[in-house]
Design a binder for this molecule. Sequence first.
Ligand SMILES: [Mn+2]
Length: 415
Amino acid sequence: MTTFSFAHIADLHLDTPFSGLASLNDDLAARLKNASLDAWDRVVQGCLDHGVDFVVIAGDVYDSDTASVRAQLRFKRGLARLSDAGIPVMVVHGNHDPNGGRYSAIERWPEQVTVFGTREVTHVEIRRGGDLLAVVSGISFPERHVQENLARRFARSEHSAYHVAVLHTNVDGDTAHGVYAPCTLQDLVDSRYDYWALGHIHARRVLRDHAPAVVYPGNTQARHPNETGPKGFALVQVRDGTAQVNWVETDSWRFGVVGCDITELTSLDQVEEQVSAAAARLASERPMVLRAQLTGGGVLHRDLHRAGTVTSLLDALRDRASTDLWWDDVQVQTRPAFDRQQRLQGEDFIADLLNQAERADAHAAVGELVETLRGHPALGGLADELGLDALLADAPALLREAEVLALGLLEGETR
Ligand SMILES: [Mn+2]
């Protein structure tokens, strides 16, 4: 049987403005400005270096449906390099760039490029010499809010070649991400395709190894502190019908969250020490954007809520950081020193409140709020400006903050 390889890419979010960051000052904005586009250039170079037989891109090429001209031109230039090397590229669009954006700066894509349409699943045959290597199928989002289970529209052809399905989708209702074109893992298994090249979830995930392989490659450049770890694309080697996935890194900046539990701490210099030490342990070969999250209950809670303390602590962390580290924010989710476990057992209103918070599904609750705002006649159009996706990513932190606020009010804590 034949051996071949392909690149599986998703969620490029070209020319993203990094709107989920708490403090994007001019200096950082200038340094991040090219990050998503540079990642795309590295993707193209990686595909050429590894000599892949074809490339699939599973949606969210652009960050917004008002796709920037700069993003479109850079995307086209990369596609032209691949096309010139004789490498076919198949593209679908997702919830961030439905229908390829509201307008197109591009009259014609390079010869080897197929952008899948929005009306039906269509198919591209990949050949090497006379041999049929693979059949690649895909469909694009016509609009952001796709509620239909598009996966069920994929039907394997009668060819015995390897079958790749390309789709932007949320598998099994992951509430940490928008539930667009939802499907189940079982739908994908039932399809009899060999490889599901998915996009939408920004973390690398192999949902299933084989028959079919079901893979999210994650994004090519993180764009929010919660999108941690190396980012890039999946380099898929197929031998005798079995896929083996390796990762190729393409990011310029890494993001991360550094936690610090204040329960045992008694002074703010200890907080600064612990947070800086944790940052040093995370240090990578790439520049980093980090967010500190302070949790736990202790005597420092009151200090941390004194006016100006947090901004000043943030400045102090920045003073100490190298030029390749940017502190985005210090989030305070601490509470006064009290025994949470004991209060949970109580029979009063505070026990009810804590139990409610304990059981709440933060992503579902915030998701509902986000969908309401999106559907709002006046606010819906501002969804990107309001950073609603970032709200969703921050859902658990928001819930913890709400709990602390409510407790503080109930107990008459000064803030
Ligand atoms: Mn995306």
